[in-house]
Design a protein around this ligand. Structure first.
Ligand code: SAM
Ligand code: SF4
Ligand code: SF4
Length: 338
């Protein structure tokens, strides 16, 4: 038996996020601003993205290396034709302990039943606001909060639970909505997770002033609903968990900016076009599609993937927090992180 795969910081590979498309029916300004991703933007063409068979082949290898937790994502994954077919293939892989999907939810009324039947375990649904105008703004004018709530109801009826509800909090945009969201999902069994606005990519005009730090978000919620912290469910869990003291259930905070958690990060990401990324903020991914399509054997692909993980030293969020005091961003970061 070979030694378990670890990177240079002794972090194992446990999770794999699989992006199945770079397309989306929303244009959330913090992710895909309309001005940049408008009509005519060259999204990946069909032949450029991995087929289901190619995804499953790579996933089988990655699961064999330790990534027993799979999450299908995008873009908007439900835009990928016949997604339940992929779900069924992934669910059947030996060693898969958890199979989840992250979606903006609007297509769930159409697909939740088929996804559950295909073997999907659970879904995470993004919902940034219950207020109609704020939601419209945060989806780039493409979505309605009511449609997402219908998606949540569809997931619930299909048994795709426990459901997580993701909300990216932007100061001055929707930070005044977090208490209403908490109130809406308390007592439902769904777990609301409030996420600090991150500087992912280069197009979302990220600005530290728009990050509502976890501490501030928690204070708002605690003022209405007292909370107590609870231990993580498993090593490397990104959300800090809290329980409502009155028994209203659980809520989570993902403080990637103010309290980074690179030390436990066990996630790899496969892009729709077959590049393997070992950090959300990495500039380059390892191209697996070229060797795959050139006829590489499973053991050659396994060696390339394992080698990439062994060399991994990513800890972007921790480095960002530790940037030199010469950087004006660092000073503010210390303020929010301290
Ligand atoms: N389209 C699906 C959705 O929105 O759920 C799946 C893909 S989306 C990229 C996955 C998650 O990333 C969503 O919950 C979204 O809110 C979050 N996200 C996107 N950009 C972000 C940013 N700049 N900071 C924090 N979270 C972000
Ligand atoms: Fe689309 Fe999700 Fe990005 Fe919003 S966050 S633009 S729904 S991929
Ligand atoms: Fe993991 Fe990179 Fe995020 Fe750190 S910055 S937690 S290494 S994805």
């Amino acid at each position: 038996m070979s030694a378990p795969l670890q990177d240079t910081l002794a972090r194992p590979l446990r999770d794999l996020r699989i992006s199945v498309t770079d397309r989306c029916n929303f244009r959330c300004p913090y992710c895909m601003p309309e001005e940049i991703f408008g009509e005519g933007f060259p999204f990946q063409r069909r032949g450029e993205i991995l087929s289901f068979e190619e995804i499953v082949r790579l996933a089988r290898i990655l699961v064999g290396l330790g990534a027993g937790k799979l999450r299908i994502t995008g873009g908007e994954p439900l835009l990928r034709a016949q997604l339940p077919r992929l779900v069924a293939k992934l669910a059947a892989l030996p060693g898969v302990q958890d199979l989840a999907l992250t979606t903006n939810g609007v297509l769930l009324p159409r697909f939740a039943g088929a996804l559950a039947e295909a073997g999907l375990h659970r879904v995470t649904i993004s919902l940034d606001s219950l207020d109609a105008a704020t939601f419209r703004r945060m989806s780039g004018g493409r979505g309605e909060a009511g449609a997402v709530l219908d998606g949540i109801a569809a997931a619930e009826s299909a048994g795709l639970s426990p459901i997580k509800i993701n909300c990216v909090v932007q100061r001055g945009v929707n930070d005044d909505q977090v208490v209403a969201l908490a109130r809406r999902f308390r007592g439902t069994g769904h777990v609301l997770r409030l996420i600090e606005f991150m500087d992912v990519g280069t197009t979302n005009a990220w600005n530290l002033a728009e990050v509502a730090p976890a501490r501030e978000i928690l204070q708002r919620i605690e003022a209405e609903f007292p909370l107590e912290p609870v231990a993580p469910n498993y090593p490397g869990e990104v959300a800090r968990r809290y329980l409502y003291r009155d028994g209203g259930g659980e809520i989570g905070i993902i403080a990637s900016v103010s309290q980074p958690f690179c030390g436990d990060c066990s996630r790899a990401r496969l892009s729709a076009d077959g590049r393997l990324f070992t950090c959300l903020f990495a500039a380059e991914g390892r191209d697996l599609k070229t060797p795959l399509r050139a006829g590489a054997s499973d053991s050659e692909l396994r060696e390339q993937i394992a080698g990439t993980w062994r060399r991994r030293r990513d800890r972007y969020s921790e480095e960002r927090a530790a940037r030199s005091p010469a950087s004006p961003r660092k000073v503010e970061m210390f303020q929010i992180g301290g």
